[in-house]
Design a protein around this ligand. Structure first.
Ligand SMILES: [Zn+2]
Length: 124
């Protein structure tokens, strides 16, 4: 086991402490699980490959960005949930290009998740 000293904003620390109480687990356990989920979403970008997956966003104004990535966006859905716009994009193509789209969406959306579905860098 390795130890890291990590600085996080106060509001994030307060949310973490509230989750510790609600879930009855340690801070370290929550941070480990969050890091695992993050690495699962992003680590396939470490090796260039033909990538396929679904990007989900909660935000308006993403379609302008997505328009620039028609070469990797195969289809999308757009719906409203309360005041929020919920989008899902089926993407396939070069992992470099999808990583670039992912990075752009992270810059304009409150919530972005990429679910890799069929990456040839993953072992079965
Ligand atoms: Zn991939």
């Amino acid at each position: 086991m390795r130890r890291f000293g990590v600085s996080i904003p106060d509001n994030l620390a307060e949310d973490l402490d509230r989750l510790v109480k609600i879930l009855g687990v340690s801070r370290s356990e929550i941070v480990r699980e969050a890091l695992k989920a993050y690495l699962k979403d992003f680590s396939h970008y470490l090796t260039k490959h033909e990538c396929c997956g679904i990007i989900a966003t909660v935000s308006s104004g993403v379609l302008k960005v997505v328009e620039e990535y028609k070469d990797v966006v195969n289809s999308y859905t757009h719906a409203h949930l309360g005041d929020s716009c919920v989008n899902s994009f089926l993407v396939s193509g070069s992992s470099d290009r999808i990583a670039e789209l992912h990075r752009r969406l992270l810059g304009v959306c409150e919530h972005v998740r990429f679910i890799p579905l069929k990456c040839n860098v993953f072992k079965p």
